[in-house]
Unconditional design. Sequence first.
Length: 138
Amino acid sequence: MSADLPVQIALRARLVASPAVTGLVPASSILDRNSTPAPRPSIILGEVQVIDEGDSIARTRERIVHTLHVWKTEPSREGIKQIMAAMRAAIRSARLDLGTDYHCVDWRVSSVRALSDPDGESSHGVLTVEVLAEEVSA
């Protein structure tokens, strides 16, 4: 078992619970899905990487690197930047609740990128969150 799914669940829960985020992107458009096109605006829970921290022989700590994609139809990147600022504030507001099997030791938004999509009509944001999770002993 890995902490990547509890982290994904916690991130989505945090975003849909934030009035600042849902004021810009409806909760129904904050999704874990793999199809295109994404609704506009939307936040798509994307790629995940799990890294064993290797700091103990018990191997109970993992760093989860989770990418969230933001999409909006707009001529500039202003809206995407506003959405990602609200997401960043929501994620940073309190420790993530990872349920009973994992404890969130540390978390941070490690990068934010605002891009113009090649379709000429969309802006695409990429926000990366890193979570250090520790397995809770049973």
